[in-house]
Ligand binder design. Sequence first.
Ligand SMILES: [Zn+2]
Length: 354
Amino acid sequence: MLWTPLLWLLACGGEENPTSDGSDGTPGSSDTTDASAATGTAGASTAPSPTTTTTTTTSDDPGITTSSATSSGDGSSSGGTTGGRTCEGELPAHWIDGVDCGSEPQVQVHAYDPDTWILRQSLCTSFEGPFMMLLFGSERALLLDTGDGGIPIADVVHGLVEDWSQAHGGAQIELIVANTHAHGDHTAGNDAFVGHASTTIVGVGEAAVREFFGIADWPDEIVPYDLGGRVLDIVPLPGHEKAHIAVFDRATGVVFTGDTLYPGRLYIADFPAYVASIGRLVDHLAGHEVCRVLGAHIEMTNTPGDDFEFMQPSHPNEHPLELDLTHLLELRDAVEAMAEPMIEVHDDFIVYPL
Ligand SMILES: [Zn+2]
């Protein structure tokens, strides 16, 4: 998410262009394929964010790594069994956070479970530090978001696809490249997949998303999308951005909410659409067991209600990525109660109408 009101005005013209960076302050965006090389550090700048933190910690993720979880969590109180379902996937004890750009990789690759991967772009390459998801079914894999550019995203993903294929008897699967929404910090890597075999790139923007997933009645129609023995529900979620979707994975019980809900500033461009979208998602999930809610950024610290400064190049003591259904319900209640759009700070997210 990102997009201060000022940046929104300056940069949103590129929001449906998959080649548009869509962000700024992102140095070192060379197309290096040296996965172990960290690029430069973005400079801090002033921001609308009211708070900042100065505590520090260290990173211990040198090199691009394909690491399995060694911990079931990181001390977070979220996740767990909220929604009536035990989470089987595991989250890492630590995400790369930009604190040590000399040692952290450009992309952290985490195995949530054998068929689910969570990737994080280093804050050393983009202050956005977006997360990307790779979900495997028996017939195809879905890559949800491609990052903010300046990282070897295609190499990383193709390596994971190859590994998965080898682990499944050389099975050939199609790679679907899609986006939670059209902003550049989620789509900048799309073009890196152009021209690759067995790859389909879903266009950005509402029309392309509707056409690919077969959504006739946007935004009210929720459609299934089968990866092969793994059905996802595609939920139209305009509000932050008009082509935004949520993806509910019935297999894991995880809801991927992109920039609509994550531990940070929830920038809302179209408030009525956003309120309706949150209600739509909550209503849909009422019929399912929800394990976790995973968004696409972290902008909160571990201190309740405290967010990092906008464009802050490192995130010491980050809030965990994972939220749960209680946060989604808290968000719904908050926005539905607002007589008019207003900034409202909660412990784990900030409602931030533009
Ligand atoms: Zn974003």
